[in-house]
Design a protein around this ligand. Structure first.
Ligand SMILES: Cc1cc2nc3c(=O)[nH]c(=O)nc-3n(C[C@H](O)[C@H](O)[C@H](O)COP(=O)(O)OP(=O)(O)OC[C@H]3O[C@@H](n4cnc5c(N)ncnc54)[C@H](O)[C@@H]3O)c2cc1C
Length: 468
């Protein structure tokens, strides 16, 4: 009899996974999405604006700081609400996972297959036939001044920031079209998948017969399944497992959830890239070509012994602060190799709690301090171009007001050891009929924005998920 596969979540990984499963043709595919489907063509906010409307966000906060933690709740997931920076990780990010089948040489073909690189698609390290357009935006005067400063500091000029192993200053690769319009999986893959989509349908918990997953309880009733693939992202995927009885036995007992499988690491190992912005103003408010997003990127290793990579880049503030003047500019700072680990847990009332634990490890705090020093030096050198406010917090001895860069991974860690939540075929350990294929499986974060790596996992996941 024909099998039914339920994919939960239509984000970066979920749409690639569902697309591959449908193309495989050996099972009926049902795609659940808690958020709405705003349709085709997408609404203006999805195409042009980075300020996410409140009703397409899950509304999480960092439980330790109370700061908002944005997560897209809409078809396309976070790719419909993110900043369209399309950067791959370094080869060593994947080699470090040290998992057969997931080293750089194994995953690079999937990075190539998902992209249509408008500048470098004809090179062997790129692709030109994938659904996601990749392009680089031209520089405005702030980008140019910043690139010249970085070159003066000895950073290499990088023609292609997605070439394997490069470090230095160059154009941000972006998944944009027509100058700056975000183009994520909603536009690229959803139109062909709409017959399979059940939008506005929240998966509440997984249903088990013993340790065999047999379906999903949703906000619109129960769905029987031969196989379920969790693509709900690094917060909701572990939360669903916990609510369904797969997690640390003592925590589940305390929450009154019947145990299906004791999996101590579900929700542990949460990684993010701590991020902050220094808000300044362009000296020439009429400066032509100030990019709304993602013009120039400097990436370098700030603690070279541990390959602790950082991002430093100026961009227009307006997409993030809708009331901002076009001359308002952010200097963005991202720590791309963090050692600190946070967690996703169930609170006693059953709600989901996220603890980011940014800079919890002293090495991360040291690296971020050094990055702030470099950012201050950049602003000193760029004072003809960028004006600082008189009371700039970064000139006083204040701790940085850290935000999430949006790059949550690791909460359902893949591995071959007994603690791993999923094995290298993405099957959840200790049960059958259940896989995870999203950002949560990454054992450690790539030193890059995490959308392309999540897409890579979804694309590869479609071939790995095999209903029994
Ligand atoms: C504000 C922000 C900016 C970012 N900027 C960038 C960037 O510029 N470049 C970059 O590379 N990365 C960026 N990222 C990160 C990147 O978008 C994510 O890493 C990537 O989308 C993760 O893919 P995913 O498939 O794991 O999860 P998601 O894309 O989050 O998809 C998960 C989907 O599952 C759905 N879902 C969750 N729970 C349920 C449930 N119970 N039932 C049904 N559906 C459910 C969600 O609504 C969502 O649609 C950003 C993230 C954020 C939040």
């Amino acid at each position: 009899m024909r099998k039914t596969i339920v994919v939960i979540g239509s984000g970066a990984a979920g749409l690639f996974c569902a697309d591959g499963l449908v193309a495989r043709g050996d099972a009926d595919v049902i795609l659940l999405e808690a958020g709405d489907d705003p349709g085709t063509p997408p609404p203006d906010w999805m195409r042009t604006d980075l300020a996410t409307p409140a009703d397409v966000d899950w509304g999480y906060v960092d439980a330790d700081t109370g700061r908002p933690l944005l997560r897209g709740k809409v078809t396309g997931g976070c790719t419909s609400t993110n900043s369209a920076a399309a950067l791959r990780g370094q080869p060593w990010c994947f080699d470090e996972w040290n998992i057969d089948g997931w080293r750089w040489d194994d995953v690079a073909p999937a990075f190539n297959a998902l992209e249509n690189d408008r500048q470098f698609g004809d090179r062997p390290t790129h692709g030109a036939a994938g659904p996601i357009p990749i392009t680089r935006l031209s520089f405005g005067p702030v980008d140019t001044a910043f690139a010249e400063w970085a070159a003066g500091q000895g950073h290499a000029w990088v023609e292609d920031q997605n070439a394997p192993g490069v470090l230095g200053v160059g154009h941000w690769p972006t998944n944009t079209v027509d100058g700056a319009v975000r183009y994520g999986v909603h536009q690229a893959l959803l139109p062909g998948l709409r017959p399979h989509l059940r939008a506005g349908t929240t998966a509440k918990r997984l249903l088990f017969d013993g340790t065999r997953c047999v379906g999903v309880e949703t906000s619109a009733g129960t769905i029987d399944a031969d196989h379920v693939v969790l693509c709900a992202g690094s917060v909701e995927t572990p939360a669903l497992l916990l609510r369904s009885g797969i997690g640390p036995a003592a925590d589940l007992a305390a929450a009154g959830i019947p145990l299906v499988h004791d999996a101590p690491e579900v929700g542990a190992n949460l990684q993010d890239h701590p991020w902050t912005v220094l808000q300044v103003r362009a000296a020439d408010p009429e400066a032509p070509g100030l990019r709304p997003v993602n013009g120039v990127l400097l990436r370098y290793e700030i603690l070279a012994d541990d390959r602790v990579e950082v991002h430093l880049y100026p961009h227009q503030a307006k997409p993030y602060l809708p009331d901002a003047d076009p001359a308002d500019v952010f200097l963005g700072l991202g720590l791309m190799r963090a050692i600190s680990r946070g967690s996703v847990r169930l609170a006693v009332d059953g709600t989901t709690e996220v603890h980011l634990n940014h800079l919890g490890d002293p090495q991360d705090a040291k690296a971020f301090d050094l990055l702030l020093d470099d950012a201050r030096a950049a602003l000193d050198a760029l004072s003809d171009v960028l004006i600082e406010p008189a009371d700039a917090w970064w000139r006083a001895d204040n701790p940085p007001p850290l935000e999430s860069y949006g790059h949550l991974v690791g909460t359902c860690r893949m591995g071959t050891d007994p603690g791993a939540v999923v094995d290298p075929t993405l099957a959840v350990a200790g049960v059958t009929g259940l896989s995870v294929a999203d950002a949560s499986i990454m054992p450690t974060s790539p030193r890059a924005n995490t959308m392309l790596a999540s897409m890579m996992i979804g694309l590869r996941g479609a071939a790995l998920v095999l209903p029994e």
